[in-house]
Design a protein around this ligand. Sequence first.
Ligand code: DAK
Length: 260
Amino acid sequence: MEYKNLLLEIKDGIAVVKINRPKALNALNSETLDELRHAGDAINANKDVWVVIITGEGDKAFIAGADILEMKDMNPYQGMIFSQRGHEAFAAFENMNKPVIAAVNGFALGGGFEVALMCDIIYASDKAKVGFPETTLGIFPGFGGTQRTAKLCGLAKAKELIFTGKMISAKEAYEIGLINKVVPHEELWKEVMALAEKIRSNGPISMGLAKALINKSLFLDMESALMLEAKDFGLCFGTKDQKEGMTAFVEKRKATFTGE
Ligand code: DAK
């Protein structure tokens, strides 16, 4: 599929998905959400991709939120369809069995910050600003923001961010546990690629299983979660990667994983 609002590049096992609407600060309209869902599904099915990076085109914004121009005159039914498109696009990345990194290169606001939060790891430029301006528009973060923010930084901070709609610096977001790392703007891409390559060198099946387990652990009681963990841990022993990883250790060499 040809994308109008995304740039997709796949090289050496790493897929880079770039939201490409810089004139609108990469705001998410319906078409972009549909393209994101399509790209997410295609990447998930592509065995050659082991790690995914999501970022924004241009130097100013990661994603400045859902497209306010498109949402402004929606009726409740259109709002519901828009929401469903968002949920499908988000699910495609959150549920994919590959690590997804957000490279937050500028404003990550509202639905844009929610995109970053559904990624597994967030690296941000020191110039980036994040926040949830939705309540200033008469709505609230509806792509998982109320849930993920509270789980990451606690109820009080989540409520403060959402009720005030204020923007905070990447550094402040890091300090309250919303972001993994803040790096100088010019070094963001180098740092993100180094992270992606490090992850790329590890066993993909084991990482996919671990990702699903960690995500599910938020919603399961400890006993059920540990049962699932034991089952999935056992599954690793049916893979060539587990044999290769442990044989390489014994032979004192670096493992070469094939994802089988
Ligand atoms: N939507 C559409 N266009 C946007 C946009 C957005 N979110 N953000 C920026 N733009 C456009 C601006 O309109 C402007 O276009 P032109 O006027 O040049 O045509 C262009 O990008 C450049 O923006 P500015 O001129 O405003 O640039 P500044 O540097 O002065 O300001 C800014 C940058 C990021 C502070 C400012 O643009 C801003 O405040 N943008 C809006 C940020 C925002 O409020 N984001 C949250 C959007 S609401 C749902 C679930 C979730 C959501 C919705 C529904 N359901 C469950 C149904 C999510 C909602 C949101 O994300």
